[in-house]
Ligand binder design. Sequence first.
Ligand SMILES: C[S@@+](CC[C@H](N)C(=O)[O-])C[C@H]1O[C@@H](n2cnc3c(N)ncnc32)[C@H](O)[C@@H]1O
Length: 241
Amino acid sequence: MAFKAFHVVPPDGAPAEQARQRRRSLIGGDLQARRANGSPSELADPDVLDPVFRPSDFEVVRQWCQRDDGKPVVVEIGFQLGEFAAAFCVAQPEVAYLGFEVRKHFCEETAKLLRSKGAENARICLADARPILAEVAAGGRLQEILVFFPDPWWKPRHIKKRLFSEHFVADAHDWLRPGGRLLLKTDVEPYAALGEAVLRAHGGFAVERLADPHAGLPWTLRERRCDLHGYPTWAVSGIRQ
Ligand SMILES: C[S@@+](CC[C@H](N)C(=O)[O-])C[C@H]1O[C@@H](n2cnc3c(N)ncnc32)[C@H](O)[C@@H]1O
């Protein structure tokens, strides 16, 4: 498969400018500004949480992450149609799954799927994961952060929208427990290289390009499609030290 050019730019500017750019990279924009000026989405499904606008939903998410029953909290960012979420939650009932997705339609479809499988160990949120995790997972609450086939954002002007960056990796280090894992799967080899590079540059992770690109986990929809078309995939793991 031929790749388009995958541009990588180093973070630029003084810390204040970098912080401004980080806020601008959030989907929907800065969380505090959204809370002050925005309004909640009309959600048809009661099992979809809106931690941005509904304080009671935010509290559910906070308690899910800051639990004291010892269950490992596994976060998936960008679950799309929930194929992985459903299979994973059924296979691992001892895990507390928390999924984030910015598209309402995907949240509602996934809520239906999880209900149909009887997966009670899952909570799903309509939100950009990053600012919510910064509020509920700081200080090492999570066992695992899963990022499967993130959008590559090929064009230079869109690079700021990419999930993996040195900032994201630094935040993930703060959200993970020692021994916890940040796992990236992708069908874009330069994205795997980018993930590996920013994880190594951070210095606080044991980094490995996994021999098994499926990482021994249930497959996502994109993963199955890649397999069907014979496209290779890669997995990069960072264990928080
Ligand atoms: C290419 S799709 C991933 C597909 C799916 N994980 C799979 O492997 O089949 C990327 C998904 O991530 C969602 N997404 C992107 N950035 C996100 C963020 N910051 N927080 C939550 N969801 C995000 C998008 O809406 C989209 O559904």
